[in-house]
Design a protein around this ligand. Structure first.
Ligand code: BMA
Length: 306
């Protein structure tokens, strides 16, 4: 293993491959969460006709997953909300007794963020699209901030987005979003092209822990890395610390080789006690896991900050 920081990769990586769903070309950039006495997830399945679809899955140990071969059918009181164009890169947040799912629809007049809620992972109610196009990443905070729902999001463009800053916004009702505040943008090295929020922010005594992706453009195209930041608990647009060194880089064969090579794309985390399991898309082909203790991640971010 090369270049591990505080994260240790699961020895059985990748944990999910295209074999999990009959029509899958690849399964990657997916979201998982604690659910009941086990775990549930929303998986990005790129099918053999190259439809990008969302599928629900369940697991007893967060390693072995049963993924439904059928595409999730969202319910909505207004069919105009449901875009259903190439749905990808889901995220999950639990807030009170409800799970909030966000994802990106490709090419709905530019990429657009979708939002749905579920309590049982059987029925999914799609809400108003929270943001105008173009925007590719959106994660909901696991508690309200100053009485309002809060998100980190990443405005974008219609193409391959050679830029990208993280913004913060709030809503009183999940429909109307505003008070957009700049949080952080690309900087040097592995995060010099664009960045975007990964798993939903994790509350710690030292601030919100945000694991994010950073992209570097080499002469051979994009490479994706995972980094970390700590942000003010009540003013989450204020960055307290941000890693100069990456937390995870594409070094293993399943991260180096695939449909899009050299990709580590962090998209969800399961935190139980101090143990954090990070789930990440590998080379746009499969899902992998790496784990670390939350205090060690915080210490690494604080001691490897700009
Ligand atoms: C995400 C998605 C993917 C892309 C990936 C790298 O933002 O747009 O389709 O290839 O980045 O995993």
């Amino acid at each position: 293993m090369a270049n591990e920081t505080v994260f240790k990769r699961y020895a059985g990586n990748p944990i999910i491959t295209a074999k999990a769903v009959p029509r899958a070309n690849s399964i990657h950039n997916s979201a998982v969460t604690i659910f009941g006495d086990g775990y549930a997830g929303i998986f990005r399945v790129d099918e053999i006709n190259f439809s990008f679809t969302l599928h629900v899955g369940f697991s007893k140990d967060a390693i072995h997953w049963d993924i439904n071969p059928e595409v999730i059918q969202m319910e909505s009181s207004d069919p105009d909300i449901v875009v259903n164009k190439q749905s990808y890169d889901p995220r999950i947040t639990k807030l009170d007794d409800t799970y909030y799912i966000t994802w990106c629809n490709a090419d709905a007049h530019g990429p657009q963020i979708g939002l749905a809620v579920t309590k049982d992972f059987k029925t999914f109610k799609q809400m108003e699209n929270p943001l105008p196009t173009a925007n590719r990443n959106c994660v909901i905070f696991p508690r309200k901030i100053n009485g309002e729902y809060a998100i980190y999001h990443r405005p974008s463009d219609r193409g391959h987005t050679p830029f990208g800053d993280i913004f913060y916004a709030t809503s009183p009702d999940l429909t109307y979003w505003g008070k957009h505040r700049f949080v952080m943008g690309p900087t040097s090295g592995w995060q010099s092209t664009k960045i975007g929020p990964g798993p939903a922010p994790i509350e710690t005594p030292e601030g919100w822990l945000l694991i994010y992706h950073g992209v570097w453009t080499s002469c051979n195209g994009y490479l994706y890395y995972a980094g970390g930041a700590l942000l003010d608990l009540e003013k989450p647009w204020k960055v307290l610390y941000r890693t100069q060194d990456y937390l995870l880089a594409p070094t293993e064969i399943y991260e180096r080789v695939g449909d899009v090579p050299n990709v580590v794309f962090p998209s969800s985390a399961i935190v139980e006690g101090e143990r954090l399991r990070l789930y990440y898309g590998s080379a746009d082909t499969c899902v992998s896991m790496a784990e670390a203790n939350v205090p060690d991640i915080i210490d690494f971010i604080k001691t490897h900050s700009f």
